[in-house]
Design a protein around this ligand. Structure first.
Ligand SMILES: Cc1cc2nc3c(=O)[nH]c(=O)nc-3n(C[C@H](O)[C@H](O)[C@H](O)COP(=O)(O)OP(=O)(O)OC[C@H]3O[C@@H](n4cnc5c(N)ncnc54)[C@H](O)[C@@H]3O)c2cc1C
Length: 374
């Protein structure tokens, strides 16, 4: 019998646990440990902020869903991993102490390094959890005039909600007859081409931004914030409402293990096994891959890890390999919604499609996840 611990109840951890339960016999024990029993469907947080989704649409209780799939669930904080002793120490939860493992799947996501931007905590809104999305939504309701600024900080790896929130605000203001009273700006630490990794996608989004009179300011690395000013090395940008994606770093739970790059992301090979570790796999935002950090990557990596871990337990060699690619929809909530798919392993241009269909497709995908997991 093998004891498998899956750490983290996000896209990566949930899919890894589900797939392992499907592939391993009943004699093996699978346990998912996460600090909250609530799974959060992050791609829907923009809709939550803009009143187009309810809290119940963006989160569900993991415990019952996991039990239905033969996975034990422990709500606790992962405090320490000891790969020599093969234990993890858990705290602040229903049980505390050490849990032994034979195999580990690390899926604890990324850390928000807000401390890197002075004033971030006090002056910026963000959308990286349910509470913050609700607060941002309240601020949107109160904005009737002035300037709204959206953007990523250097080291942030998530362009989609930046553009979606800028489009959502423009539409909200158009509906309220207040569009002319609010200036909307998107700032980027790089250029649109580099952010979206494709010139055609960048041109399509720029056209949509122009159509909504949203200005785009490239190459601005925000270093600090005051109540109404975002300060960069060159210039300062005034704002009345600011939504920023903070810098990301790898999970601090991996930092002592000697398995990460300089930003704290875990080094894995294409089988999703941690480099130099026989019994540890890592999936999702915590891993060291180029480009943005996205849910579909976490899902695919978890599927690959689960197949290979199951074959390893059976004493066979890995059979599945992860191909890194980026796929997303930027929902403009209308005909300028954009689908992009790009493989990182080739120089081939991305597949780019634009149209209202992609807004519907994103909604259908969200609904499918909700129905199959709640
Ligand atoms: C607003 C927003 C919009 C997005 N839109 C899209 C989109 O349109 N398309 C797309 O593909 N992706 C999108 N993403 C990105 C996507 O949500 C992430 O890439 C995905 O959630 C990563 O999954 P993960 O399992 O690696 O990490 P997470 O989902 O972050 O899960 C990590 C889990 O580990 C738990 N955890 C962390 N540390 C500990 C600890 N020490 N102890 C116990 N538990 C711990 C956390 O509570 C969490 O449950 C969006 C993200 C946001 C925030």
């Amino acid at each position: 019998m093998a004891k498998v611990l899956v750490l983290g109840g996000g896209f990566g951890g949930v899919i890894a646990a589900e797939r392992l339960a499907e592939q391993l016999g009943d004699e093996h024990q699978i346990t998912l440990v996460s600090r909250s029993r609530q799974f959060v469907f992050y791609p829907k947080l923009v809709k939550l902020a803009f009143g187009k989704a309810e809290i119940n649409d963006v989160s569900f209780d993991l415990r019952q869903t996991m039990l239905n799939r033969r996975v034990n669930f422990i709500e606790a904080e992962v405090a320490y991993i000891d790969p020599f002793d093969r234990t993890i120490t858990i705290a602040h939860g229903q049980v505390e102490g050490k849990l032994p493992y034979d195999y580990l799947v690390f899926a604890l996501g990324r850390r928000l390094a807000t401390e890197r931007i002075i004033g971030f905590y006090e002056h910026a809104h963000h959308l990286l959890n349910v509470g913050k999305a609700i607060n941002f939504g309240k601020a949107v309701k109160d904005l009737h005039t002035g300037r709204a600024v959206f953007g990523q900080c250097a080291g942030a790896r998530l362009p989609v909600p930046v553009y979606e929130s800028a489009f959502a605000l423009a539409r909200r203001l158009e509906e309220r007859g207040e569009r002319e009273r609010v200036r909307i700006t998107v700032v980027s630490p790089t250029t649109l081409d580099l952010e979206l990794r494709d010139a055609n996608a960048a041109a399509a989004i720029k056209k949509a931004l122009d159509a909504h009179q949203i200005e785009f300011l490239p190459n601005l690395r925000i270093e600090s914030l005051t109540e109404n000013l975002a300060i960069t090395s060159g210039e300062s940008i005034n704002f009345d409402l600011l939504m920023l994606v903070p810098p990301f770093r790898g999970s601090s739970a991996a930092s002592h293990l000697g398995i990460t790059d300089e930003e704290g992301y875990i080094n894995v090979d294409s089988t999703m096994r941690v480099a130099g570790e026989e019994r540890i796999y890592a999936v999702g935002d915590c891993t060291n891959f180029d480009g943005p950090k996205m849910g579909h990557m976490a899902v695919r990596q978890a599927e690959v890890a689960a197949v290979n871990l199951a074959t390893q337990i059976e004493g066979r060699a890995p059979v599945s390999h992860y191909q890194h690619e980026m796929r997303f929809v930027i929902d403009e909530f209308g005909a300028d919604s954009l689908y992009l798919r790009k493989a990182f392993s080739t120089d081939e241009p991305a597949t780019v499609r634009q149209g209202r269909f992609w807004s519907w497709a994103k909604q259908v995908h969200e609904k499918y996840w909700e129905v199959s997991h709640s």
